[in-house]
Design a protein around this ligand. Structure first.
Ligand SMILES: NC(=O)C1=CN([C@@H]2O[C@H](COP(=O)(O)OP(=O)(O)OC[C@H]3O[C@@H](n4cnc5c(N)ncnc54)[C@H](O)[C@@H]3O)[C@@H](O)[C@H]2O)C=CC1
Ligand SMILES: O=C([O-])CC(=O)C(=O)O
Length: 272
């Protein structure tokens, strides 16, 4: 039975906690933390087996647990990831954009080796990472076009300096085109998937991102194209947004839960 601590008790964290409680895989949720006390209290109230709410995020990995599951924000990753590994615990990260900072990536990668621990990055809201991983050495171009309803893009840092008013968009409009590095910094809660592609493929300076605000869609759609000596791969994922957080796709949550199931089970593992 694996012991799990959860950092972030929002839309994703809540559904991860409920999946653990469902008993479909051998795990128990023992400790949780959220910067919002209301969020952690609300989550615990939904559970029968009540985890302890700790006072600060560093107290998650000082407990006798196996893994810390992050479902909070890039800032949370920057704050706690290293101490989780130093405390000799595994870590699963959903706010993957934090790892596009090369110094953070290198420090965490070294710490995994030093402390013999693993960081898990689920496929999140996309599919196809297995194929792209396999052709990495033959990859020549990699791009992603993400289309979301304007309400799923609201609040992004991008709008602090842009003239674009999401409320005035009445047909599908490309609002950003650039590198994954820029996209992840300007849309930190929208395009972690571009960080995943960057890390598995050509890096964030050579991964191209287009973001489309489309008032006529009810999906979070990611269209990925990869070309190279191996041939060409295209993937289109039309995601239903989560009911509580339209920025986050249902698939991202299911992917986090599936990664945890695999982590907790001794079994045949299928896929690359
Ligand atoms: N890898 C992927 O494909 C995807 C990743 N995500 C990311 O997963 C994360 C969780 O997503 P949701 O649950 O939908 O978001 P949410 O906004 O519903 O919940 C996030 C929770 O984390 C808490 N939080 C934020 N910063 C924190 C910090 N520094 N310390 C402690 N708590 C903090 C908030 O108070 C909130 O309760 C987000 O960063 C999101 O961008 C979301 C979708 C896809
Ligand atoms: O859930 C999605 O569709 C994608 C997302 O928010 C992210 O990559 O951060």
């Amino acid at each position: 039975m694996k012991r799990i601590a959860l950092l972030g008790c929002g839309s994703m964290g809540t559904q991860i906690a409920l999946a653990i409680e469902s008993g479909t895989f051998p795990a128990t949720l023992t400790h949780v933390y959220d910067a919002s006390k209301d969020a952690s209290a609300s989550l615990v109230q939904k559970l029968t087996n009540k985890p302890e709410i700790v006072e600060n995020p560093h107290l998650l990995s000082s407990q006798p647990i196996d893994i810390v599951v992050e479902a909070a924000s890039q800032d949370a990753v920057k704050d706690v990831a290293l101490s989780v590994l130093q405390n000799k615990k595994d870590l699963m990260i959903m706010s993957v954009g934090a790892l596009l900072d090369e110094s953070i990536y290198d420090i965490l990668s070294d710490a995994c080796k030093d402390f013999k621990k693993t960081i898990y990055l689920p496929s999140g809201a996309i599919a196809g990472l297995d194929g792209i991983k396999s052709v990495k050495d033959e990859l020549e171009s990699l791009s992603i076009t993400t289309s979301k309803h304007p309400r799923s893009l609201k609040g992004a840092k991008f709008f602090e300096t842009s003239n674009i008013n999401l409320d005035e968009i009445n047909s599908a409009t490309t609002i950003f085109e650039g590198t994954a590095k820029a996209a992840v910094s300007l849309f930190p809660a929208n395009i972690n998937v571009a960080a995943l592609l960057s890390l598995i493929g050509l890096g964030s300076a050579k991964t191209n991102v287009k973001i489309v605000a489309d008032p006529n869609t009810d999906k979070n759609t990611h269209h990925i194209e990869a070309t190279g000596k191996f041939g060409k791969m295209t993937f289109t994922i039309e995601n239903i947004p989560d009911v509580n957080n339209p920025k986050t796709s249902r698939l991202a949550i299911l992917s986090a839960i599936q990664t945890l199931k695999t982590y907790c089970s001794n079994d045949i593992q299928i896929g690359t």
